[in-house]
Design a protein around this ligand. Sequence first.
Ligand code: HEC
Length: 149
Amino acid sequence: MRLLRLFVCVLPLATLVACDEKLEDLAGPTPNLTTSFASIQRDIFAAPDSSGRPACTTCHVAGGGAAATGLFLNDPGVAHASLVGRESRLKPGETLVIPGDPDNSYLVRKLEGGPNINGLRMPRTTGPFLTEGQMIVIRRWIKDGAANN
Ligand code: HEC
């Protein structure tokens, strides 16, 4: 039933709150999450959440386990520049975030586990991964132009 409601809710792609599922409910383990980059950076990249998911910045910082990717997610300005319009280091030809195009953004595919990724699904653990609601928020931010907002 929850899946069905999400489906009905996402299809019109108008605004997240213009449906019967409130954003706070969708965002689940990150109740303060909104579709701004500042919120995504603060609530997903730089913080663990109540599902047990680790912060991305456990590894994605200078000198961290993911340093070779050049994808640093701890500082909001650096994180935006590390993602938007930037080529993947591990899969040349792929762009991490393509404004307006979540399906082809490599970040989304790495977080959803495919299709066509090199390396592993992120976060690089055995899970938990991002929830469906968290992915809707990230996809919406990209769809709306991936602003540094
Ligand atoms: C436990 C360490 C770790 C955590 C936590 C982690 N990553 Fe990664 N990440 C890596 C490593 C190592 C790589 C390179 C190998 C790979 O792609 O599997 C990588 C690669 C990536 C890539 C591809 C970069 C490229 O240039 O191709 C993206 C995008 C990414 N991570 C995003 C995230 C996000 C967003 C999170 C948090 C939801 C996250 N990662 C959490 C270690 C981690």
